[in-house]
Every structure is written in structure tokens, then in C-alpha cells.
Design a protein around this ligand. Structure first.
Ligand code: IPM
Ligand code: MG
Length: 357
């Protein structure tokens, strides 16, 4: 059956890296994979096209499609817009509208890139963590929120809030993933201070009863931030709320050498997903053809694995990426002496060549 993929390139380097991911998708046709894709604007591009970071037509396309591939959003040009017109708002809204509550962010170290990590190779060698970040709740969406004047001065406020059902469904996803991996799950919160976290922890413990084989541990977020740089290999799967997951996933990405390598999946209850690289729109290098397309290409692999049920094709992409790294191809962000520095398109071509060999 032909799969319909909504492609939302976004801003900055988004269009460049998405173009490389599309090359890879086209190459998969050679293995019998049938898809059609349609593009739509999101983020700053959405604002430019329709005065809205998530234009109606884009949301409609995303809803109709089997799955969504996203580049990145944001740029200095849009920083002064009113908050609800900013590119980030488009991203947050599409996550919420599509109910993409489970965000899977792997931090995997490719042996070839051990030297690109700022941590000692022995600390990161063999690193393979999966962060499951709740994506549609928490302080990101909690009400009340705002900036108002109280007692003659301005006060900014947001609300951290989780319902049991929100915690439960993401906990199930995390336990399910742990079952397919090393069966260790660490739930990260701040239950020593926050009631919201206290409830989080209680619900995770309840859910754990259904997964007796998974070893569940709990860690406060400050300690988790420290442990990630001290001894990251102690982690298998981490499950955490939206804001803690935002921060910890950036930290975890750096253990692997480059944020330019890491894909992500955002899933709803039916595993219909939106796939995007973890990194942002990198306006400083946009249009230069130097961005690393591998995170986006690896996002396609996750798409095949989690939504389209094409495990073998996903494996082929993973293997092709591994191969180009072994061949020494590097974009600027992962370049080390003695390797071959290439641009965005050359990297995409190298992956396609490895795939079709
Ligand atoms: C991310 C990003 C977004 C977030 C921003 C761009 C709104 O940092 O996907 O991690 O905070 O979720
Ligand atoms: Mg982030």
C-alpha cells in the first residue's frame, strides 16, 4: 500500500536536511517501498505563507497523512513576532493537535564518533539511551500562564500540571520500549519539591506492576543531569515530563558528539508519528549546504520502524548511516582530523550510495 507522508521542511536548515531525507526515501523505492509525499509550510515559513506558524492547510495535510516528517522551525527573523505567531508555537500546536504525547529521543553513540564527544571515550563508548519525553502536557501547556502586573510590578507565571492519565499513557510507552531493550527504566522527576512530580512517581509505580520484568528506578532531575555526564551508561530507558525531557535530551545528545546525529519520534496512541531531528533550525549555517542531514535521515528510519512497520528498511538506513561514518564521511559538526569533510548533499548522496550498494 502506498504510504502518504506529509513533509514539513520548516525554517533555516530544515529544507536542506529534509531534501536529503527525501533522497533516501526515494531510494527505498528500489526495495519496493511505495510512498507519496506532499509538502506544507510550518513555523516561520508558515507565518510567511499564511500568517500562521501552523496554517490550517498544514494541519489538515498532517492529519490526512499516514505520518509526518518535519525539518526544524525558528529563526531570528521571527523572534520579535507576538508569541502566538512565533515558529515554536507552530511546533507545539501540531504536537498537541495530533496528540503526539510520547517523544522518543535516542542517544546512541556511533563508535566512529567517540572522538567527537566532549566526554572521555571510555565514559561514552557503547552508549545507548532512549529518552521518552512526555510531549503534550506539563508546564509547556499548563494553565494559567501569562505575564501580568501585580502590586505595581510585572509577574510571569506558568503552571506545571499532569493528570494521572497523561502520566499513565506515557509510562506504558516507556515500559513497552524498555521491554524491547535492556529492561531498565529510570523515571526522572523532582518529587522532593513538586507535587506534580510526586503524582508522576506514584503513577509510574502503579504502572510498573504490569511490567514485573522491568527494573524501575527513580531519580531527581538534578541528579539525572549530573549522572548523564558522570556515568551515562547506567541508563537504558529514561521516562520524564515535558520540560525535564527537553533539557535532558539536549544534554544526552551532546554525549554522542553531535546533536546533528539524533533523530526523534513523536507518537500518538496509534503510533502515528511525527519524525524530526532533535536539533533546531541552525539559522547561522542555513543555506550554506553544510548542515548534517543524518539526524533527519535517521528520523526516516524511526518512521519506518515505529509507524510504517518496515523494520527491514529501517535497518537498511541505520546500516547505511553506519557505513558512511565508517567510510569517514563527516559534516562539519562531527568532523575530526583524518576524516573526509563533506556538505549536506554529499552526505545524503553517500547514504543513498551505501543503501543501494
Ligand atoms: C525541542 C525544542 C522545542 C521544545 C522548542 C523549539 C519549542 O526545544 O523539540 O526540544 O522546547 O520542545
Ligand atoms: Mg529542546
Amino acid at each position: 500500500m502506498t504510504k502518504k507522508i506529509a513533509v514539513l521542511p520548516g525554517d533555516g536548515i530544515g529544507p536542506e536536511i529534509v531534501a536529503e531525507a527525501l533522497k533516501v526515501l526515494h531510494a527505498l523505492r528500489g526495495f519496493g517501498f511505495k510512498f507519496e509525499s506532499e509538502q506544507a509550510a510550518i513555523g516561520g515559513a508558515g507565518y510567511d505563507a499564511a500568517g500562521d506558524p501552523l496554517p490550517e492547510a498544514t494541519l489538515r495535510l498532517a492529519r490526512q497523512a499516514d505520518t509526518v516528517l518535519l525539518g526544524a522551525v525558528g529563526g531570528p527573523k521571527y523572534d520579535t513576532l507576538p508569541r502566538d505567531k512565533r515558529p515554536e508555537r507552530g511546533l507545539l500546536r501540531i504536537r498537541k493537535e495530533l496528540n503526539l504525547f510520547a517523544n522518543l529521543r535516542p542517544a546512541l553513540l556511533y563508535p566512529e564518533l567517540a572522538a567527537a564527544s566532549t566526554l572521555k571515550p571510555e565514559v561514552v563508548a557503547g552508549l545507548d539511551i532512549m529518552i521518552v519525553r512526555e510531549l503534550t502536557g506539563d508546564i509547556y501547556f499548563g494553565q494559567p500562564r501569562g505575564i501580568e502586573t501585580r502590586g505595581g510590578e510585572r509577574v510571569g507565571f506558568n503552571t506545571m500540571v499532569y493528570s494521572e492519565s497523561e502520566v499513565r499513557r506515557v509510562a506504558h510507552v516507556a515500559f513497552g520500549i524498555a521491554m524491547k531493550r535492556r529492561k531498565q527504566l529510570c523515571s526522572v522527576e523532582k518529587a522532593n519539591v513538586l507535587e506534580c512530580s510526586e503524582l508522576w512517581k506514584e503513577v509510574v509505580i502503579e504502572v510498573s506492576k504490569e511490567y514485573p520484568e522491568v527494573a524501575l528506578s527513580h531519580m531527581y532531575v538534578d541528579n539525572a543531569a549530573m549522572q548523564l555526564v558522570r556515568a551515562p551508561k547506567q541508563f537504558d530507558v529514561i521516562v520524564t515530563g515535558n520540560i525535564f525531557g527537553d533539557i535532558l535530551s539536549d544534554e544526552a545528545s551532546m554525549l554522542t558528539g553531535s546533536i546533528g546525529m539524533l533523530p526523534s519520534a513523536s507518537l500518538d496512541e496509534q503510533n502515528k508519528g511525527m519524525y524530526e531531528p532533535i536539533h533546531g533550525s541552525a539559522p547561522d549555517i542555513a543555506g550554506k549546504g553544510s548542515a548534517n542531514p543524518l539526524a533527519t535521515i535517521l528520523s526516516v528510519a524511526m518512521m519506518l520502524r515505529y509507524t510504517l512497520n518496515e523494520q527491514a528498511l529501517a535497518g537498511r538506513i541505520d546500516a547505511a548511516v553506519q557505513q558512511v561514518l565508517a567510510q569517514g564521511y563527516r559534516t562539519g559538526d562531527i568532523y575530526t582530523e583524518g576524516t573526509k569533510k563533506v556538505g549536506t548533499a554529499e552526505m545524503g548522496d553517500a547514504v543513498v550510495a551505501a543503501l543501494c550498494k
